[in-house]
Write a new protein. Sequence first.
Length: 397
Amino acid sequence: MYNNKNSFRGFKNRPKFGGPRGGGANRRSFSKHIDPQMYVKKAQDFVSIEETVTTNNFSDFGLNQILEQNILKKGFTNPTLIQDQVIRPILEGRDILGVASTGTGKTAAFAIPLINEIIKNPNKRVLILAPTRELATQIREDIRSLTWDLRVYVSLAIGGAFLREQIQDIRRDPHIIVGTPGRIMDLAKRRVINFSGINTLVLDEVDRMLDMGFVHDISEIVAQIPKTRQTLFFSATVDRKIETLIDTFLLNPVKVTIRTQEASSHVEQDIVRVKRPFKEETLHKLLSREDFKKVLVFGATKIMVDRLTTSLVAKGFKADSIHGNKAQNKRQRVIRAFKTNQINIMIATDVAARGLDIADITHVINYDQPNNYEDYIHRIGRTGRGNSKGFALTFID
């Protein structure tokens, strides 16, 4: 049962919270393939980054002084486990196979040593591949935050954004290009990106790229990059298909596996039993509560997301939406407004379940149930990040 100090006792005909009762598991729901009991789970205690035991401090890696200052400005006091184990091998030019999930500090683990090497050798060129536009954008922003007062330049290459601007930016010959496989291939065919000049390749969240059907693009890109390169390969899981890529792409890699609790284990999960005609009213009541400070709401379709946004804004809520029909610059504008608390409610399709990294989302609400349990885990993983406990509610008819 959903439980915190602000209960729902004040609601008349309030929705029922908790697992199915009296045979409720057989009731028809939006997604027929997920047992509603799987949406009910207590958050577990977890060990914060500050409490993990690591071997090194950032000062032990011999980093550029300005880079080290930028690391401290970001609030990084000690390396995370994956940073502790991969920064030095990357500095030594070794290939890396990193098995680690989102939220382990993976981006900084490869960004910090690569930035340091670019400072030492400005001719170094890095290509970073990510599965989604949002994740690629987040990586670019993270790298930029580490390069203040340093002559290290990074460009973004993603679909849904202005192609001409990306072409102009990349033709300035940045040290780092971050992009999605499809757009990278497009720019290569236009002779904007020359793979022969790349000497470091980063493949981030490879399992998700394969799930999204990028295996052909990835293989084609890698085939055009010189074999005398450094390759950094990160994935949350390793199966037979990924093992094939590992054998093809990596040369005697340093293997690092970080076993952490799943992001969802930090999330208090529950259901809201509410009939379809009353879903919108119930959502309004939930969002009016003081403890629902920063909320991500998932809808099944673009039409539903737009309708909910219009309804919430009309009720006076600070809300906006993102989905696949919105131009990338508009999606980024909404995400930026959400990050900076100009709005505190974002309504989205599953386009936001992957690659969205906002530390202080207090609640995820599944207004419509996801298509499968994997999508559910990605959705609720947007809350309970860092050292914070999160809350996830799923509407069940």
